[in-house]
Ligand binder design. Structure first.
Ligand SMILES: *Cc1c(COP(=O)(O)O)cnc(C)c1O
Length: 418
């Protein structure tokens, strides 16, 4: 038998094969390093390994989960009532929200925009509910007129509003969707897995700010603390405004071990066993960074967004690039300018490779051409491969000059003409 040391050395060797996710020059996918306080609190709890299914499995960590989720509920404006819990991630959290939606509107259709997370369609399939998409406008936001037409045709149970799409960070026009609910009977589920925490930021556009201020009007919301909330993976969160949906979870299993009348989180969760350590890590992080406007955590979000705006303005001023519309959050997309859309797509891939050689890690995204300001390009394709950057680390702001200078070199090396 090998000893632990020897195996851990092998592990260390294997783990070398990764991108440098914690580095400010990693500016590609949605990867933000967990804060030290989260890591260490998680490790402490892991020594005990509590299970937040039932109070019997994790008394302290269940209490901490309830407090941490209540803080998220307060952040979005549900200080009065809420019911929610942590989950393994945004997908499970969305599954749960749409499962409840399906119980309340059985057989009715779920609508989400064409830029909504791909898992919504799959979730609807799992739940056996009809699913349809609504077209997006040039900003990658759900088109309200298209939504209104579809609602008028009938049969809609739930509209998913994405508060920060995964590809471009677009924020659906929630105020208009809330208005439509006065005329049509449907539930609103806010998928704020990525963008939810931006409700705290002070440098959003007026329109985006207004959309976030309407999140409290939704019936349910999903926020991923493992995206922007400084948590290790395995931490999503679903919250309902009306706690009476708890009745829909009722089950009766012979091995259920709820031995007290206090709320066991397993009574309001689709998942059974869940890591108490994730709750402890989130609770500790919120002690360090209270979820308040103007606080340290909010400043971190504002800093990433400022980085995205700065990079966007440089891209706009440089004739070698075409871009999407101004970023709503801290994600931006652009492509090298070329005669044809297909050529621009090839060049995006080349810039991506050249940037990686220079230690700048970007991402690629295939988007409908309409989302990019590319009127003067020949449209030989309906989709364009773009460069995409998620500037979610607070340090990104100080690193914009360096990011820009590497991007400049990589663009030249890729053969993009001035
Ligand atoms: C990331 C994301 C999801 C999926 O969440 P996971 O935690 O990856 O399961 C769902 N919706 C949106 C908008 C997301 O950004």
């Amino acid at each position: 038998m090998k000893d632990v040391e020897a195996i851990l050395k092998e592990v260390a060797e294997r783990l070398k094969d990764n991108y440098p996710y914690g580095d400010p020059l990693y500016a590609g996918q949605m990867l933000k390093p967990p804060h030290d306080v989260a890591r260490r609190a998680y490790e402490m709890a892991l020594k005990i390994n509590p299970n937040n299914h039932a109070l019997d499995g994790g008394r302290a960590s269940s209490a901490m989960e309830k407090e941490a989720v209540a803080a998220l509920a307060r952040m979005i404006g549900w200080a009065d009532t809420h019911l929610g819990h942590l989950s393994s991630g945004g997908t499970m959290a969305n599954l749960e929200a749409l499962w409840i939606a399906g119980q309340l509107h059985p057989g009715k259709t779920i609508l989400a925009s064409t830029q909504a997370h791909y898992t919504h369609q799959r979730i609807a399939g799992v739940l056996g509910l009809p699913f349809e998409t609504i077209a997006c406008d040039r900003n990658g936001r759900m088109d309200v007129q298209a939504l209104e037409r579809r609602l008028a045709a009938g049969g809609i149970g739930t509209v998913v509003a994405t508060m920060g799409t995964t590809a471009t960070g677009a924020v659906d026009p929630l105020p208009a969707i809330v208005d439509l609910r006065r005329r049509f009977d449907f539930r609103i589920h806010a998928d704020a897995a990525y963008g939810g925490y931006f409700i705290l930021a002070d440098n959003l556009s007026g329109e985006t700010k207004l959309a976030f201020s309407c999140v409290r009007e939704a019936e349910s919301i999903v926020i991923d603390p493992h995206k922007h909330g400084l948590q290790p993976y395995g931490c999503g969160c679903v919250i309902f405004h009306d706690p009476s949906v708890g009745r829909l979870y009722r089950h009766d299993s012979p091995y259920t071990y709820f031995t007290s009348t206090d709320l066991h989180l397993g009574e309001i969760s689709l998942e059974c066993s869940r890591p108490g350590a994730a709750a402890v890590a989130l609770w500790a992080t919120q002690r360090m960074f209270p979820l308040e406007p103007g606080g340290e955590f909010a400043k971190g979000l504002e800093s990433g967004r400022a980085a995205a705006l700065e990079l966007y303005s440089r891209l706009r001023k440089d004739g070698r690039f075409v871009t999407g519309t101004a970023p709503a959050l801290d994600i931006l997309v652009w492509a090298p300018r070329a005669k044809r859309v297909s050529e621009a797509s090839t060049l995006s891939q080349r810039v991506f490779d050249e940037a990686a050689k220079r230690q700048l890690h970007l991402a690629l995204a295939t988007l409908p051409v309409d989302l990019i300001d590319a009127q003067d390009m020949q449209r030989d394709r309906d989709t364009i491969v773009c460069l995409r950057s998620v500037l979610m680390k607070p340090e990104h702001h100080e690193w914009v000059d360096r990011i820009w200078s590497i991007l400049d070199d990589a663009t030249t090396a890729a053969g993009v003409k001035r």
